[in-house]
Write a protein that binds this ligand. Structure first.
Ligand code: ASP
Ligand code: MG
Length: 423
């Protein structure tokens, strides 16, 4: 029997009614002649609530214990989904990430999957049962401790399992009908995409589109696993994430896939860095040693009079203090003047494989921002993406203006946000 892996997000299993609705869908897929493996997220905002609770107990929860706490969220939903399926007369068995064979490294809070040994899942489906797996967690190969894969990483669990099981498709269910040309919470006239290439989806996810976890798209690309993103609240066909179009299809492809935005980053400027060989390396080595992922980097031309330059970069806001501390430690060694920290920024990105072959996209993007009165603080590009950093408060205006300038607006509102608190 073909295997279908389905992942249900927190808003799809937010309450008992949601869990029963999801169970119906799962059973329908099984009845249609598939073996079904389900990955669930924690109910609603449970993960955030558990985090808040930990912070009430201590400002700095030990990472091992925080992982132990957060993984409890998915254990609750997996057991309840299995019960709801049993109630419908079908066999279901739930498994923690560890039981499902999700083997990771030992980086608590951001563990990477290093292997999947889904023996128990295979045995369960061989037995005619539906397997329910707790998302976003695994077990460390070295320490045998329970780990989490990072916020939103149940998607990654699902695609990784789908690849390991040789599934025919990985369906990701959330509270919107698919991937939209912009976040429908921000742009009412966002349009649903019927399909998008994995390379475009990678850029969208990397630029803050929360619909899919970045690593899940990387996995899908590496293992050629088709992903179908859709809503658990409707029967509508969603968005297919498909391998890159071949040349024949490129003609049909829209120039722009969408506009993504991200309000989770901060900007640090290292002011007055001596313009000498090796200074940038020293700065970024210090950040790498602190395990901080850098996004955009901009270095100004050095001022002739002083022989000094400024280096700005963006990074996750949650790593802001760690980065400032790591940089402060090397101030005398590098000899820079001072550090500036700004967390009131947002990143707006325009993404589309068609921009490779269409001139003028950058000019049009910047003109749209200008007419919306948005000032650009930083710019970075890839072959199929242009990103700008702007003031956080101007993100909605920047996204809307860009969406309109590139004719992405739908004639009538088609985006429905079925659930979720947007947290
Ligand atoms: N429950 C986890 C989170 O909220 C994982 C997930 O939803 O994918 O981040
Ligand atoms: Mg979640």
């Amino acid at each position: 029997m073909p295997i279908v892996v389905q992942k249900y997000g927190g808003s799809s299993v937010a309450d008992a009614a949601g869990i029963k609705r999801v169970a119906q869908r799962i059973v329908a897929t099984k009845k249609a002649g598939n073996d079904v493996v389900v990955v669930v997220s924690a109910m609603g905002d449970t993960t955030d609530e558990l985090r808040d609770l930990a912070e009430e107990v201590t400002p700095l929860p030990p990472p091992r214990e925080l992982d132990m706490l957060l993984t409890a969220g998915e254990r609750i939903s997996m057991a309840l989904v299995a019960m709801a399926i049993a109630q419908l007369g079908y066999k279901a068995r739930s498994f923690t990430g560890s039981q499902a064979g999700v083997i990771t490294d030992s980086a608590h809070g951001k563990a990477k999957i290093i292997d999947i040994t889904p023996g128990r899942i295979e045995a369960a489906i061989g037995d005619g049962a539906i397997a329910i797996v707790a998302g976003f967690q695994g077990v460390s190969q070295d320490t045998k401790d329970v780990t989490t894969l990072g916020r939103g990483a149940s998607d990654t669990t699902a695609v990784a399992l789908a690849a390991a099981l040789g599934a025919k498709v990985c369906e990701i269910y959330s509270d919107v009908d698919g991937v939209f040309t912009a976040d429908p919470r921000l742009v009412k006239t966002a349009r649903k995409l019927d399909r998008i290439s994995t390379e475009e989806m990678l850029e969208m996810a990397a630029c803050g589109a929360k619909i899919l976890h970045l690593r899940c798209v990387e996995y899908a690309r590496r293992y050629h696993m088709p992903i179908h993103v859709r809503s658990s609240f409707s029967q509508k066909e969603g968005t297919w994430i498909v391998p890159e179009n071949n040349e024949g299809e490129a003609v049909e492809q829209a120039i722009i896939a969408g506009v993504a935005h991200d309000r989770s980053e901060a900007k640090i400027t290292v002011v007055g860095v001596p313009d000498k060989v090796g200074e940038a390396a020293r700065i970024f080595e210090a950040l790498a040693a602190a395990e901080i992922n850098i996004d955009m980097v901009v270095q100004n031309i050095s001022a002739a009079a002083t022989g000094r330059t400024d280096i700005s970069f963006t990074l996750p806001r949650t790593d802001g203090q760690t980065a400032m501390t790591a940089l402060a430690r090397i101030q005398s060694e590098v000899g820079y003047d001072k550090l500036l920290y700004d967390d009131q920024i947002g990143k707006v990105s325009l993404i589309g494989a068609g921009m490779r072959s269409h001139p003028g996209i950058t000019a049009k993007f910047f003109a749209a921002l200008a007419s919306a009165g948005v000032n650009i603080e930083m710019i970075s590009t890839s072959e199929i993406r242009i990103s700008v950093v702007v003031d956080e408060g101007q993100v909605p205006a920047a996204v809307q203006a860009t969406h309109t300038a590139f004719d992405l607006d739908a004639n009538e509102v088609e985006a429905v946000v079925y659930g979720g608190t947007g947290r």
